[in-house]
Design a binder for this molecule. Structure first.
Ligand SMILES: [Zn+2]
Length: 482
């Protein structure tokens, strides 16, 4: 209890500050220890004779170049090769910045059972198993759009235990109505919710569909005051009054679907109108084209899911959820299938219109939606962006330089330049000639750590075996009994 007497209060404050400083110091000692260990493990690398696609604005390919990596960073391009460097042969290969997925949902440890004080999770997600899927696909940064405390724990675990994993940015989700998580139904609650999210350590705000009109504006305004960018659905309240959603600092729309829902006839005229609204307000677009493609497939049949090449890498509990409690397939009808297919087709036209209007488009997948597998889906998304009229170079920018800029990480990742963190993907073929070549991964640098194709393949095969062996233990319907 805080003493009331002011002298006592001062004493209390001093003690409090000493304790706090003590804690901070302790934290520093621990983190120095960790980083010392890391630096000792840290090798020095030189990639030789490689074709660099730096992804800086207007940059040319740097052919047969040398890239030096030391202490997490790219330290030189075409400089001298340090004697101690481990050489990676880049001959005939292509080096691109690590890829960024701008819309993901990561499973975490969770309690599916009864709630009680001191409850702990009854489902444990192996963080490395999940993160491997990103790294095996060259995804070195991911943007989690429904951040929970468990994601903070996951992020801490990655750093503390040195997992091979992407960097993760976290958006706190705010919804209206009776939503779960952070809920706000008045402007003052909206503002307070943003301040709480900031205090809890989230970097961004995600707005969800049931927020009302006044609360929406208040959240966007407060987020700007708190230095937090806003990504969101377009709340249902804006149906028929879409232009009112485009208030200053509504920074990005999380799906092309958010626009599609506003068009009764899926017309190109509507697409052009939406693109103009976004352009005029500097609201970027994460199209998540792959999501609707997968939803349409699953509405038709779950065979597409069963045949998914990389389903075996998905945790058995989620495989069970996707196959036995699939909301897109359950009660599906020819009308519904036709609707999803039309949506998927309109999304392509939306991207064309947004490109024409000059709206920045970034690559995101909604990974975690059934059938949308972490890491793998980003390559599907890149292919779809090219199908929608982006050049391979534009599609690559949508997964490197542009998202780094939106996330305010452009001084750290997103391009290959000396001084940037060493997040890079070495490819066996040129992705500018065919965007599918982003899948031909020879190895990945994550935070200066090199993981080659054979190591990744070995880890993936071990994971698939583990998932097969554990299959009978996990049934979505019995998740509370885990
Ligand atoms: Zn999502």
């Amino acid at each position: 209890m805080v003493p009331h007497n002011s002298k006592n209060f001062h004493l209390f404050l001093c003690i409090f500050l000493i304790v706090l400083q003590g804690c901070t110091h302790m934290a520093q000692v621990v983190s120095n220890k960790v980083s010392e260990q890391k630096i000792q493990q840290q090798a020095l690398y030189a990639i030789k004779d490689v074709n660099i696609i730096p992804m800086t604005t207007g940059s040319e390919i740097i052919e047969q170049a040398t890239v030096v990596v030391q202490d997490h960073k790219i330290t030189a391009i075409n400089g001298p090769i340090p004697e101690a460097a481990q050489i990676i042969d880049g001959k005939g290969k292509w080096l691109i910045p690590g890829l960024i997925d701008m819309h993901v949902h990561n499973p975490t440890d969770l309690n599916f059972g009864a709630s009680y004080p001191t409850k702990s999770p009854n489902f444990l997600m192996d963080t490395q198993d999940l993160m491997l899927l990103y790294i095996a696909n060259g995804v070195t940064t991911a943007f989690e759009l429904s951040g929970r405390p468990e994601h903070m724990a996951q992020r801490n675990e990655i750093v503390k235990t040195g997992l091979i994993a992407p960097r993760i940015a976290l958006a706190a989700l705010i919804d209206g109505g009776n939503g779960s998580g952070l809920v706000a139904n008045t402007p003052s609650d909206g503002r307070q919710t943003v301040r709480i999210a900031k205090a809890l350590g989230y970097e961004f705000i995600k707005i969800y569909s049931s927020i009302n009109l006044e609360t929406f504006s208040a959240i966007v305004d407060e987020a700007n005051k708190q230095g937090m960018k806003v990504v969101g659905h377009i709340p249902d309240t804006f149906k028929g009054r879409l232009s009112e959603a485009f208030v200053p600092h509504f920074d990005m729309v999380a799906h092309a679907e958010e626009y599609a829902k506003q068009s009764p006839d899926f017309s190109d005229r509507d697409a052009a109108h939406f693109a103009k609204l976004a352009k005029d307000n500097n609201t970027w677009l994460t199209a998540t084209l792959i999501t609707m493609v997968r939803i349409a497939e699953q509405a038709r049949t779950l065979d597409s899911l069963r045949d998914l090449q990389y389903l075996s890498y998905v945790h058995p509990l989620l495989q069970s959820k996707w196959l036995t409690a699939n909301q897109y397939n359950r009660g599906s009808s020819p009308d519904r299938i036709a609707h999803f297919e039309k949506m998927a087709e309109f999304h392509i036209r939306l991207v064309k219109a947004f490109k024409r209007a000059g709206v920045p488009i970034v690559a995101g997948t909604d990974a975690g939606t059934s059938g949308v597998v972490w890491g793998y889906a980003l390559h599907d998304e890149l292919e779809l962006l090219v199908k929608a009229g982006l050049t391979p170079a534009e599609a690559l920018a949508a997964a490197t330089r542009l998202p780094a800029k939106w996330l305010q990480l452009e001084d750290k990742v997103g391009t290959i330049q000396p001084g940037k963190w060493a997040d890079m993907v070495l490819l066996d073929a040129n992705p500018l000639e065919n965007i599918r070549n982003t899948k031909k991964i020879s190895g990945v640098f994550i935070n200066g750590q090199w993981v080659d194709k054979s190591q990744l393949a070995a880890m993936l095969s071990k994971l698939a075996k583990k998932n097969i062996a554990g299959k009978d233990k996990y049934d979505w319907k019995k998740r509370s009994e885990l």
